[in-house]
Design a protein around this ligand. Structure first.
Ligand SMILES: NC(=O)C1=CN([C@@H]2O[C@H](COP(=O)(O)OP(=O)(O)OC[C@H]3O[C@@H](n4cnc5c(N)ncnc54)[C@H](O)[C@@H]3O)[C@@H](O)[C@H]2O)C=CC1
Ligand SMILES: CCCCC/C=C\C=C\C(=O)C/C=C\C/C=C\CCCC(=O)O
Length: 137
């Protein structure tokens, strides 16, 4: 931010912070992960305020990916899931939530870069176009 800021002779720019759809609502199966993502969303909304971006020319935006086919899902068995019943609930949820292709994150990200206002939060899920999140953390 310091070096990108127009105040310091920089060119401005865009910072995209990766939150998650788990930031939008309480997520009992992965509480710590979901809470950190809510923090990423809130942090981005605050630093994206025109109070900062108006002077700096640096937009700050958060994206909320839905479940996406990456390595993090293959590593999931390595994570502590707190309780055996939570593991069962987690596995059931996995079967119900659609997993999107990584490519859709690239497409969605370009849409966000083109039109997003500073301080906004965008959901990219289910192989659909990016949508502005109406109930961010
Ligand atoms: N795949 C999914 O379903 C979703 C992923 N996300 C978020 O997307 C972001 C990217 O994750 P994916 O590409 O899905 O997972 P990934 O496991 O493919 O990539 C994560 C990358 O982060 C790196 N990494 C981990 N700890 C690090 C550290 N301390 N310092 C530097 N690098 C570190 C890993 O080496 C890996 O290259 C993460 O913030 C994740 O929480 C959000 C919503 C859904
Ligand atoms: C993953 C099954 C639940 C389905 C939830 C839908 C979307 C999830 C999006 C995410 O951001 C979750 C992606 C990966 C989970 C990664 C880590 C879990 C860490 C668990 C923990 O807090 O110990």
């Amino acid at each position: 931010m310091k070096y990108m800021s127009k105040v310091n002779g920089g060119r401005g720019g865009i910072i995209i912070n990766t939150a998650s759809i788990t930031s939008e609502t309480p997520f009992p199966t992965i509480p710590i992960y979901a809470a950190t993502k809510a923090a990423v969303s809130h942090f981005s909304r605050s630093f994206g305020d025109p109070l900062y971006s108006g002077k700096s020319g640096v937009k700050v935006i958060a994206i909320n990916p839905g479940l996406t086919d990456t390595q993090i899902l293959k590593n999931i068995a390595d994570y502590s899931l707190y309780d055996p019943d939570v593991k069962v609930a987690f596995d059931v949820m996995r079967t119900k939530v659609p997993t999107q292709k990584v490519n859709n994150m690239g497409v969605g990200l370009l849409q966000v870069l083109e039109k997003a206002e500073s301080g906004s939060v965008w959901t990219i899920e289910n192989d659909q176009p990016a949508k502005r999140c109406l109930n961010p953390a």
